[in-house]
Design a protein around this ligand. Structure first.
Ligand SMILES: [Zn+2]
Length: 65
């Protein structure tokens, strides 16, 4: 009975999306959710790291390997 309940929930979710006029997730028409990549930040200035010649481009802090 648990499977049936999960299935009904999934169908209800789908129905809600259809009623809202949105394609379901994973549908080719919907924009694919972009994977969130963890941003490496500089320990010195706290900005997203843009390395340049082994140093932070913003503050010049040498990068540790
Ligand atoms: Zn920096």
């Amino acid at each position: 009975m648990r499977e049936l309940r999960l299935r009904v929930q999934a169908l209800e979710e789908r129905l809600r999306r259809l009623e809202a006029g949105r394609p379901p997730a994973g549908d080719g028409r919907a924009a694919a959710p972009r994977p969130v990549r963890p941003v490496r930040r500089c320990a010195g200035c706290g900005l997203p790291l843009r390395p340049r010649a082994g140093r932070c481009q913003e503050c010049g802090l040498p990068l540790r390997p």
